[in-house]
Ligand binder design. Structure first.
Ligand SMILES: Cc1cc2nc3c(=O)[nH]c(=O)nc-3n(C[C@H](O)[C@H](O)[C@H](O)COP(=O)(O)OP(=O)(O)OC[C@H]3O[C@@H](n4cnc5c(N)ncnc54)[C@H](O)[C@@H]3O)c2cc1C
Length: 358
């Protein structure tokens, strides 16, 4: 197999103050890391990355066996640098194989083929598109969906920049992004299902889902998200926004997996059928009239779960930002669990639009 290689050289005067954040993020994509003098290597399942520290410069190297793997490796490197090296205004320009490519590997235009309600507030929408193989790779369950809006009814899609990251059209053609979960993916049939929570308030994703009809178009980018590590035991916690991910995990984790899952919903009408293939015990928590994001019981129940003394264990939590912060701080701070044992993510924040949409 021929290997594709590329590199970028960056001048980052304050690198020493944030290098650990970049390496921590790269490592969280299930990388095997090896450290050498002035160099760190990261081996992912889809490619390899190297950070080389030479005087005044950080050299990024990416290599992979195919185009998708190279694009993914470059994207992870460039995103980590863009996030943590902001103060140094990094200018990433890749040279080497496929450096002139303008096709954004992680983008697809998708067409709605089916829409139906699972429950009064959860709408399943089937999206069909070409060449969806990469959305089953890289262990990421999530996508950014690029929506048309009332202000931009006919958006233009992003292309690939020289830095390996998307280049967006001007504001009058720019779609609006929100993050969703691929609930199921059928590569043979060429489609995926996404479950949209229909919630109150001015919105983009929920409003689009309410009027979606067969033939409507959206863009998707991905997959995104850190991998859920293999483990013998899990504690899972989610409100309605994390429910699609918990449903997918319960239907796809190995059948001998043990643990406990808590899902917060508005009321009993929001319970949905999950074909739980595991031995994970599922508990539904009903808010019974409380506003979304104000009922503390989900975090409480998740934090009261007793972690096993033997075997491997993983904690996964997705809900409103306050609850996610409490769970993350308790797991990482008080319980001293590592990033490789937990994910506690804010999926939305009360009163804020487009959280995590980038
Ligand atoms: C990795 C990831 C995966 C996700 N997967 C899914 C998924 O599969 N299905 C899904 O429905 N959502 C999912 N979400 C959550 C979704 O991205 C947010 O709820 C997002 O805000 C929805 O966008 P919107 O345009 O509908 O609302 P926005 O325009 O973002 O927000 C408008 C208003 O609605 C409020 N709001 C947002 N979400 C909620 C809510 N859940 N309940 C009450 N009020 C809310 C906001 O606080 C704001 O005031 C996911 C989020 C992440 C980070």
């Amino acid at each position: 197999m021929s290997i594709l290689n590329c590199q970028a050289r960056l001048r980052l005067p304050n690198l020493a103050s944030y290098l650990h954040l970049i390496t921590d993020r790269l490592q969280s994509f299930d990388a095997a890391v090896s450290r050498h003098s002035g160099r760190m290597d990261f081996r992912f399942s889809f490619g390899e990355a190297t950070l080389e520290m030479v005087p005044d410069l950080l050299v990024l190297r990416a290599s992979a066996g195919d185009r998708d793997g190279l694009a993914r490796t470059k994207d992870i490197l460039a995103t980590a640098v863009e996030i943590y090296a902001k103060q140094d205004g990094p200018e990433i320009v890749w040279t080497g194989d496929l450096a002139q490519d303008t096709r954004l590997a992680q983008f697809r235009e998708m067409t709605v083929t089916d829409v139906y309600d699972l429950t009064p507030h959860m709408r399943r929408i089937r999206l069909a598109g070409e060449d969806l193989g990469r959305f089953g790779k890289f262990q990421g369950m999530h996508i950014r969906i690029l929506f048309p809006t009332r202000a931009v009814p006919d958006p233009a899609w992003p292309s690939l920049g020289a830095n390996g990251l998307p280049v967006w059209p001007a504001d009058d053609r720019r779609p609006v992004a929100r993050v969703y979960t691929i609930r199921t993916l059928d590569l043979d049939a060429g489609h995926m299902d996404v479950d949209f929570l229909i919630h109150e308030g001015e919105s983009v994703g929920s409003a689009w889902a309410l009027q979606a009809r067969a033939g409507h178009k959206v863009g998707i980018m991905g997959p995104v998200g850190r991998p859920v590590r293999p483990a013998d035991w899990y504690v899972l916690g989610a409100d309605e926004t994390g429910l699609p991910a918990v449903g997918r995990l319960l239907e796809t984790l190995p059948c001998h997996t043990k643990g406990v899952a808590f899902i917060e919903i508005a009321d009993s009408a929001e319970r949905q059928q999950i074909n739980n293939a595991t031995q994970i015990e599922l508990h539904w928590l009903e808010r019974c009239g409380k506003a979304p994001g104000t009922d503390g019981r989900l975090a409480e129940q998740v934090l009261s779960a007793e972690w096993p003394k033997e075997g491997t264990a993983f904690g996964w939590f997705a809900a409103e930002a306050e609850a996610a912060k409490l769970v993350r701080e308790t797991w990482r701070g008080q319980m001293r669990l590592g990033r490789d044992q937990t994910i506690a993510a804010a999926y939305w924040r009360r009163g804020q639009a487009g959280l995590m949409a980038g």
